[in-house]
Design a protein around this ligand. Structure first.
Ligand code: TYM
Length: 325
């Protein structure tokens, strides 16, 4: 089976990215052919600084490696280096219904957030994502809950294309984890953890012990003092329980039992210790790679060549089937 998933190079990766997506990638790369682009062309649909983008692309590549993605097993590359992504995206534009794009939740949210920069790229964003996926004849797409709608649209586009021009693309399926598909913001557990909600909202995967302590100890909790999983009535503590459970491989039930008759502070302190322990290897590896940029660039270069072979092959078929010369 072929697996594909991507992340935008918009700065630090957070524990939401890890629990929703990357943790699955690490499992999948053991037994499947995986393709993990750094999707820089998606990141330019909102205001950005070109200098920061360059830095963030390399930083994301370093992060992929530090988290355990293996460039011998998985194809790790920068999306914009393979021109077929934009070529296929244009071709898919011509068969994608406008109404489908306009009803996308992420588009609605982002167009509200970036009223002054409402560019066509923001609307067409899911078509580029469909191109990423379909170009590599992907079977499974491991992502967090927020990408589910884009995956459904990808399938609609693939079906439309195959019906109109003959079977060209595989039908890709989203792989969304049962737990951790939507980690909530630490400072507002009713909203998804995201960097756009400010530094207090998220915990970087490369945070040092001091930062981990600060962010977890000040995470918003709920009235009352029992450690109980109840996302409706206790969204704050439920979110922390999910994080605790996924990093410790202990079930929520076990944790509820362990922290029965104990207060929020004690629970949070243990979570801090757990996260310090689990994130430390990531931080250490990243530090080591930061001084080896030439090596990281070489990995990207070699992996781009592998991705190019796959992308060229699909595009040849697409051009032929669409009647292009
Ligand atoms: P992005 O860069 O916003 O997020 C990367 C991955 O992290 C997941 N994620 C979360 N999971 C759980 N809880 C959270 N709070 C949380 N925040 C983010 C996302 O679901 C995603 O899996 N459009 C995509 C990137 C993309 C892509 C693709 C993904 C472009 N092309 C092709 C898959 C296949 C995005 O913006 O992800």
């Amino acid at each position: 089976m072929r697996i594909l998933s991507g992340i935008q190079p918009t700065g630090e990766l957070h524990i939401g990215n890890y629990l929703g997506a990357i943790k699955q990638w690490l499992e999948l790369q053991k037994n499947h052919e995986c393709v993990f682009p750094i999707v820089d062309l998606h990141a330019i649909t909102v205001p950005y600084n070109p200098k920061d983008l360059q830095k963030n692309i390399i930083e994301t590549a370093i992060s992929y490696l530090a988290l355990g993605l293996d460039p011998e097993k998985s194809i790790i590359f920068v999306q914009s280096k393979i021109k077929e992504h934009t070529e296929l995206s244009w071709l898919l534009n011509t068969i994608t219904p406008l109404s489908e794009l306009e009803r996308m939740t992420q588009y609605k949210e982002k167009s509200r957030q970036f009223k002054k920069n409402l560019n066509a790229g923001l609307l067409n964003y899911p078509i580029l994502m469909a191109a990423d996926i379909l170009l590599y004849q992907t079977d499974l797409v491991p992502v967090g809950k927020d990408q589910e709608q884009h995956l459904e649209l990808t399938r609609v586009i693939a079906k439309k294309f195959n019906n109109r021009f003959g079977k060209t693309f595989k039908d890709p399926k989203a792989l969304i984890p049962k737990e951790g598909a939507k980690i909530m913001a630490l400072n507002n557990p009713k909203k998804k953890m995201s960097k756009s909600l400010g530094p207090q909202a998220y915990l970087s995967l490369f945070a040092d012990p001091k930062e981990i302590q600060k962010k977890i100890m000040s995470a918003v909790t709920d009235p009352g003092k029992t450690i109980k999983y109840d996302p409706k009535k206790k969204p704050g503590i439920s979110n922390l329980l999910i994080i605790f459970s996924l990093f410790s491989s202990k079930s929520i039930k076990e944790l509820e039992k362990k922290f029965k008759n104990k207060g929020y502070a004690e629970f949070k302190k243990e979570l801090v210790n757990l996260l310090i322990l689990k994130l430390e290897p990531f931080r250490r590896k990243k530090k080591g790679l930061e001084s080896r940029e030439v090596y990281v660039r070489e990995i990207l270069f070699q992996n781009t060549k592998k991705a190019q072979v796959l992308a060229s092959s699909t595009m040849e078929e697409v051009r032929k089937n669409m009647g292009l010369i």
